[in-house]
Design a protein around this ligand. Sequence first.
Ligand SMILES: NC(=O)c1ccc[n+]([C@@H]2O[C@H](COP(=O)([O-])OP(=O)(O)OC[C@H]3O[C@@H](n4cnc5c(N)ncnc54)[C@H](O)[C@@H]3O)[C@@H](O)[C@H]2O)c1
Length: 346
Amino acid sequence: MRIHLVSGACGFVGRNMVKRLVKTTNDKIFMIDDLSIGRHPSEWLEGFNSKMQGDLEILDKEERLYFWKGDFRNLLFYMRENPRFIQEKYGIEFERFADVFHFAAIVGGRMKIEGDPMIVALDLSIDAEFFYWITQHKPERVLYPSSSAAYPISLQTTEAAIALSEGDIDFKKNLGTPDMTYGWSKLTGEFLAQIAAKHYGVPVACIRPFSGYGEDQEQSYPVPAIAARAAKKEDPFEVWGSGKQGRDFVHIDDVLDFIFLLLDNVNDGSAYNIGSGRLTSFLELIEVFSDIAGYKPEIKPLLDKPVGVHSRYANMDLVDKTFGWKPKISLREGMTRVYNAQLKNL
Ligand SMILES: NC(=O)c1ccc[n+]([C@@H]2O[C@H](COP(=O)([O-])OP(=O)(O)OC[C@H]3O[C@@H](n4cnc5c(N)ncnc54)[C@H](O)[C@@H]3O)[C@@H](O)[C@H]2O)c1
């Protein structure tokens, strides 16, 4: 029996990953989330009955999906004390997890990254326990989501912005300063991933997603928030900062495709960009959404809002050269999907 583990399973990336695994495999899935941000599986997984076995929720009669609600660090601690904790406590028989997707993290948008940096720093403790556990448990394969926030912020200023390449982070040379505590925790996570792979022989692949977005993302993120306001035909249209700051938007379906490609091909802990390779300013994003909505609003800059670095976008050449892979969903197509999803919520 194959069983995968998805931490942070009820968050944006986790939910999409669980739904993908349900659709494309017959394997079991062990989901973990403390629901601090995430939504309970009953809200986004259709057609599954659920029953409780102690504090574990079992979804569906074939016992294919399990949901453990709580702080992942607690479970990691229980498994540190007893490596067969899950097997013994819940009577699930398996030797080791197959694929482990580690999405549990304190993320939030710019407001949280800049407004409450110390809570975001707790990611260091989640990741440290996680990486220790994988070196003991030795799952078949591990996916660690780093972030484009790990790149040096000096390469993302108004004057010096460049398309960020994987080699701009080199653990043997100067690393630069990543973006706030969030970026530091991701950079540390990548370092631990390499140690887990090279020193302990655990197959790990890392992704550096740029701005992932999708239909069911929380409203605290810019893409769904801007889409919702365009759907309501906001005018004047408020933008954080001047709106000239830019990001690289990539649809979640492309992110998931890339994750599986990477797991099949990378096991040494190295990290690859996942972005579109295109810089889109927030002004352009508003233009795309207002065009989809069929109106032309006046723009109202909100200069007191946090905007982060000026320009952050990916150089996708290494990914193209190494794997012959490019994202499939264009900005227009992806944003149309998000817009249509927001229209339904009106
Ligand atoms: N979405 C993106 O574009 C993007 C970009 C770069 C990196 N990432 C990384 O991908 C991962 C997932 O991101 P996301 O967008 O799905 O974020 P998210 O906030 O939607 O999901 C994180 C999930 O983890 C849960 N969680 C937080 N702390 C926990 C804990 N201690 N124990 C158990 N569960 C906990 C939350 O409830 C939430 O459901 C994160 O590591 C994030 O840094 C995402």
